[in-house]
Write a protein that binds this ligand. Structure first.
Ligand code: NAP
Length: 352
């Protein structure tokens, strides 16, 4: 039987924090024993401090827990590992303090993702990069460590790119995103800005989508990561959808591939989380749809309990090689579910 761990969530009251609470309810390995947020919430019960925005009820066992201040001191002794759903500016200072205090921290925040000794992980894509935590601990003198997951658009993009990179080599990628409102947290984008509208700008988003895949698809050297040599161009847009990021992708390969070979590479993609049968791992990883009008956010975002990436409209491209549309849940696989899968991999492979 796998070891049972007590988990804390920092940023527990926000959009991603609530997803952690929902996804960890009844988890076979992890039990929530600590919830922390800002000074606004600390000292109140979780129910009092949280405007619950999910469509399943707040778990009764969580509702009455008291929210703690998000400090290493307040969390000391209350949990074995920490999931972080903090804003990046808070995470930059607090996550290193938590790791120094001995906590393994699995973070959603962008603050430390591109640090050379911090693993940026998708368990199906680069499970071997987890070994970087030992370099991190040695370099920084930490008893704990920080592991990050990518930006919500990057995760689904790279899940689709990984089997293509392995089979054909990627040369160029162009991606246009149509991103859901929950990606901006709560309350997020003002309603009068987004109803009857599309906003062709999301601050800092395109840079993350262009840079994070190069680390994720890079090679672990034993000391750091050699970034992949791929040219990526991203254009990010906010649309009036609640959950589910849609991405129109065009790729150019290093080797020739037939349409059937591309289809087969996507359809058959399996990796370490599926082999280890991790509790949150989807199988299949990629749901390949053949209908002419799929994927769609409302119909496809819950594929694989929100952990799968749906790909459709796969076809040749007249300028580059192939194009397709992908869709993925941004607060499940794009955020909380991604951190939980990272922690499951860490536990199953001896890092916890
Ligand atoms: P959010 O709804 O604004 O929630 C922020 C959370 O952080 C709340 O619990 C808030 O507590 C807490 N917080 C704010 N300032 C704090 C402070 N100074 N000290 C301690 N806690 C503080 O944001 P979100 O959408 O959940 O995003 C959380 C993180 O995940 C961000 O880094 C975001 O970029 C990342 N992320 C989000 C998504 C997504 O789809 N939403 C996807 C991937 C990654 P109070 O309620 O007490 O203010």
């Amino acid at each position: 039987m796998t070891k049972q761990l007590r988990v804390g969530i920092v940023g527990a009251t926000g959009a991603v924090g609530q997803r952690f609470v929902q996804l960890l309810d009844g988890h076979p390995w992890f039990t929530i024993t600590a919830l922390a947020a800002s000074d606004r919430s600390a000292g109140r019960t979780y129910q009092e401090a949280t405007r619950w925005i999910l469509n399943t009820p707040m778990p009764p066992s969580i509702a009455e827990q008291q929210v703690l201040p998000a400090t290493a001191e307040a969390l000391s002794g209350s949990c074995d590992i920490i999931f972080s759903a903090l804003p990046a500016r808070t995470a930059r200072d607090l996550e290193p303090q938590l790791a120094a205090a001995g906590f393994p921290v699995f973070s959603n925040a962008s603050a430390l993702r591109m640090e050379p000794d911090v693993p940026l992980m998708i368990p199906e894509v680069n499970p071997d990069h987890l070994a970087l935590v030992r370099v991190q601990q040695k370099r920084r003198g930490w008893k704990g460590y920080v592991v990050t997951n990518p930006n919500c658009s990057t995760i689904h993009l790279v899940l689709a790119l990984k089997p293509l990179q392995d089979a054909f080599g990627l040369d160029k990628v162009m991606v246009t995103t149509l991103q859901a409102l929950s990606g901006a947290g709560y309350p997020g984008v003002p309603s009068l800005d987004i109803i009857d509208n599309v906003i062709p700008y999301i601050r800092n988003e395109e840079g993350k989508i262009e840079s994070e895949p190069l680390k994720l698809l890079g090679q672990y050297t034993g000391q750091g990561i050699d970034f992949a040599d791929i040219r990526i161009s991203a254009a990010a847009h906010r649309v009036a959808v609640v959950d589910g990021h849609l991405e129109a992708v065009v790729v150019q390969f290093k080797r020739r591939a037939t349409l059937e070979e591309v289809r087969e590479a996507l359809r058959t993609f399996r990796s370490v989380p599926q082999e280890l049968n991790l509790p949150t791992a989807p199988d299949p990883v990629i749901v390949l749809r053949e209908e002419e009008d799929r994927p769609q956010p409302r119909l496809d975002r819950d594929a694989g309990r929100g952990m799968a990436t749906t790909v459709g409209r796969l076809r040749p491209d007249p300028i580059l090689d192939y194009k397709f549309v992908l869709l993925g849940h941004n607060t499940i696989r794009g955020a909380a579910g991604a951190s939980i899968l990272n922690a499951e991999l860490a536990l199953a492979t001896g890092y916890l």
